[in-house]
Design a protein around this ligand. Structure first.
Ligand code: ANZ
Length: 820
């Protein structure tokens, strides 16, 4: 038998699979469809260890499903718009498109070398016009429904990248996710998608089949639903009574309001500030604008603020309340203004303490004595009985909120309200390398959507980059200057491009119908394939990509474009592959390992199996190059076993040994099937290694000639096929098959045969049969003694007599000799 040489066999099989198109998911298959999706890569240039760590088990699972009889669709593509391509264009003068496409070329090679069952015919590349044309079409559908709108809004602005950022792209410390610069706030005209309109729907996960609880919780928290009330306070401005609303989750504390706070950006600040407070207020507003929301919300930050000189009226108590501005109140949340209740809100407590504002207790725990708030060290935030609250005194905690809400609704001074933390999705990017927003501005007709039959709005291939903070497209006359679709007069195009998260919000829909030139997809094909049955990808996408995709699908469902409203039935997050030092792989730590080196040394099969053997798939683990040797030896042993012991005409004679092999075979099928079904790739491999070892042990025995043993070799190959697709197909061919092992059926097991063999043990006391019991065939004498002596019935016959002797006849009976 020849030596195992992955170099020789892997390329050969990759080419054959592709020529035979065995991984192409046909739209016409009689088998049930299974849509198996992994998050597509960004074309950075190379597949890294993380891709291998994620894609290897992903592929093994897809192959397992295929062998189980599913018509598996396992597509791959590239999330190809975005900043790095643009930065390469700026730094190195290459075209973003050229840079991207050559990276894709290289990564395709690496993806092929992995030997995964990619359906290349369905490849999707988001930066190409045949894709972004439909991204633009989707934008227009949102626009038509009022779900895309333009407004001047404060944006997170990164001075390093010269662009706006989504909230999610700003790190907790207020710096840019990409370049680390401190993010500032800036007001510009931008496009947003109204994801907030879907907040309630997005909280509903009832259509999801199996998602990690943790991810659901993260999305719920991100959406941040709060139940409360909007209450309108009033003030006299220039002789007119005007109203200003606040949002509160604690209407029951209305009598405890001792100050009122407007966000520094609140339009009322301008109107109500008294002349003597003006200078101080203006200075504070300027300073607050420089801070990010994250900094402003920090609980560590000392409270700051300025009195405006004005007062509002509490609509319930009629009291006059001083109006302050403070940066801990955000313009973008609730009503941008709050009623300050220092006794029962910690932030308000700190604020009042700092500025000497009175603290008035209005909620008290049942049965507690009154205490002086001046002695408190913190706010009392728990619900309780209303006190110092006029006609509401004595209302218990469970009723308090509802009673106040009923009162304000009756008086017409407010109403109950649900508020969400979820902001609308800012999609404008002042960037070149993205899908142009298909909008034209006409001096006559204003904002005009590009007619659908004029799509795509082409992205120029070569542009000048200027560090202006505006989209480079603004300086491309051929792009910007156009005519109005309504009147034909001169008009200009929107020069911003779309956030790349838009591209990835629908790529999984396009895979179902990737070459459609007349529509984004055909409804029939979508219906055949979606929703995605299994989705695998990083937990870092829990609130970005995964929430946006759900929003897209729900909105498109409501527009009548889809007949389902959750994109991904099952979701699984892989763990992280770490460096050999147990630390995250990073250039600065110098612990980055490139997979290619190991693929060329050991072959893809070894690297794939090793990735799955590192640890539980969701836990991740350290990549230790030395440990590849263990897998390499395992595959070599499989190679040698099959090569040396395969015979074409086994003897069919049964024997005890062959029965044991048959049992082990069924047991192993069961273990591997269950492990794969539950993403336990490491333990499945361990089972295969044990199986392999057991067979090797007997390969020189007569039993190796039996049908049972030869059948076991076949099973070993089939069970190993999802993990190591090349070596198994090669050996499959060597033992005489002409079809690919990957088109064979997954081995079935018989439950009964997975149980250990048993026999009936007869138990005698002084030669008389007293009990029978079922025990395992390989039970030891010691266990037999113990079982027999501890048996209750047997004990009743022994009574107080003393046991003299226990005689065991293996496989049959045990006799207990006793004497009184
Ligand atoms: C009075 C009050 C009394 C409040 C009390 C709480 C406790 P969540 O749960 O996050 O929705 N708030 C409202 N709008 C705000 C804004 N734009 N910036 C900062 N804070 C704001 O929190 C809602 C509570 O946060 C609201 O209820 C309000 O303070 C504050 F004993 O009103 B509360």
């Amino acid at each position: 038998h020849t030596k195992y040489d992955p170099k020789e066999i892997e390329g050969k099989w990759q080419a054959r699979w592709e020529a035979d198109q065995i991984y192409h998911a046909s739209d016409e298959s009689p088998k049930p469809n299974f849509y198996h999706l992994v998050m597509f890569p960004y074309p950075s240039g190379d597949l890294h260890m993380g891709h291998w760590y994620n894609y290897s088990p992903f592929d093994a699972y897809g192959r397992f499903k295929r062998m189980q009889g599913y018509n598996v669709m396992q597509p791959i593509g590239f999330d190809a718009f975005g900043l790095p391509a643009e930065n390469a264009a700026i730094k190195r003068g290459v075209q973003a498109r050229t840079w991207t496409l050559s990276n894709i070329e290289n990564m395709r090679k690496q993806l092929r070398a992995m030997g995964a069952q990619w359906d290349w015919q369905r490849e999707v590349i988001t930066c190409l016009p045949d894709y972004y044309k439909w991204t633009q079409w989707l934008f227009l559908q949102f626009y038509k429904k009022g779900l895309a709108y333009r407004t001047k809004a404060p944006a997170n602005w990164c001075p390093g990248c010269n662009t706006t950022l989504a909230n999610e792209q700003v790190l907790a410390d207020g710096t840019c996710e990409r370049c680390g610069s401190v993010v500032i706030r800036k007001e510009i005209d931008q496009w947003l998608l109204k994801i907030s309109a879907y907040a309630e729907r997005l909280l509903d996960f009832s259509e999801v089949v199996d998602w990690p609880e943790k991810t659901i919780t993260m999305q719920r928290n991100w959406i941040g639903r709060s139940e409360g009330a909007e209450i309108r306070f009033s003030a006299e401005i220039n002789g007119q009574i005007e109203e200003v609303p606040v949002f509160t989750t604690r209407p029951d504390t209305i009598y405890g309001v001792t100050f009122f706070v407007l966000a520094p950006e609140h339009p009322w600040v301008e109107k109500i500030t008294t002349p003597d407070q003006r200078a101080e207020v203006d200075a504070y507003v300027t300073q607050a604008r420089r801070m990010t929301e994250i900094e402003r919300m920090s609980t560590e930050k000392e409270k700051s603020g300025v009195f405006t000189g004005a007062y509002v009226t509490n609509p319930v108590s009629g009291e006059k309340i001083p109006v302050w501005i403070a940066d801990y109140v955000l313009m973008s949340y609730g009503a941008g203004a709050i009623m300050g209740v220092p006794a029962h809100d910690q932030r308000d407590f700190e604020f009042a303490r700092k500025f000497g504002i009175p603290i008035r207790e209005v909620i008290r725990t049942e049965g507690e004595e009154a205490t002086d708030p001046a002695t408190w060290t913190e706010a009392k935030e728990a619900l309780g009985v209303m006190v110092n609250s006029g006609p509401f005194d004595g209302t218990p905690g469970e009723e308090s909120k509802a009673r106040v809400i009923a009162y304000i609704e009756e008086k017409g001074i407010g109403h109950s309200k649900i508020n969400y933390r979820l902001r609308d999705w800012l999609i404008s990017r002042q960037r070149y390398w993205g899908a142009p927003i298909p909008i034209v501005y006409c001096p006559e007709h204003g904002t005009v959507p590009v007619p659908e039959d004029q799509l795509p709005v082409w992205l120029p291939e070569n542009v000048q980059f200027k560090a202006t903070g505006e989209s480079p497209l603004r300086y491309e006359p051929d792009f910007v200057n156009t005519t109005c679709p309504i009147c034909g007069g001169p008009a200009t195009r929107e020069a911003d491009t779309m956030d790349t998260f838009i591209d990835s919000s629908w790529y999984y829909l396009r895979y179902a119908d990737p070459h459609n030139e007349t529509a984004a997809w055909s409804p029939e094909k979508l219906q055949d394939w979606l929703p995605v049955n299994q989705y695998i990808g990083g937990v870092e996408h829990a609130i970005l990509h995964l929430l946006y995709s759900r929003f897209f699908v729900k909105a498109l469902h409501d527009m009548g474009h889809l007949n389902f409203d959750e994109p991904f039935q099952r979701l699984f997050h892989q763990g992280m592959v770490l460096g050999s030092d147990g630390q995250k792989m990073s250039k600065s730590r110098g612990n980055v390992e490139a997979p290619d080196k190991y693929v060329s040394k050991y072959g893809s099969d070894t690297v794939r199996c090793y990735m799955m053997f590192i640890g539980p798939f969701d836990a991740g683990g350290s990549f230790r190059a030395d440990n590849l040797e263990g897998i390499w030896r395992f595959l070599n042993r499989v190679w040698a076993l099959i090569g040396d012991t395969w015979i074409n005409t086994p003897s069919t004679k049964g024997s005890n040994e062959s029965k044991a092999i048959e049992r082990l075979r069924h047991k192993t099928i069961k273990r591997v099937t269950e492990d794969l079904s539950n993403f336990r790739f490491n333990t499945a491999l361990a089972a295969l290694m044990e199986f392999n070892n057991a067979l090797i042990k007997q390969q020189r025995d007569p039993v190796a000639q039996s049908a049972a043993y030869q059948e076991a070799l076949v099973t070993l190959l089939q069970l190993l096929a999802p993990f190591a697709p090349h070596i198994t197909d090669e050996l499959w061919q060597q033992i005489g098959h002409t079809d690919s092992i990957h088109t064979t059926e997954w081995p079935a097991y018989v439950e009964e045969l997975t149980q250990d063999e048993a026999f009936t043990l007869v138990v005698q006391v002084n030669g008389k049969v007293r009990e029978r019991m079922e025990v395992a065939a390989d039970i030891s004498e010691e266990e037999v003694r113990k079982l027999a002596l501890e048996n209750e019935r047997v004990q009743s016959f022994i009574g107080s007599a003393s046991v003299q002797k226990v005689i065991y006849i293996p496989g049959r009976l045990v006799n207990i000799v006793v004497r009184n």
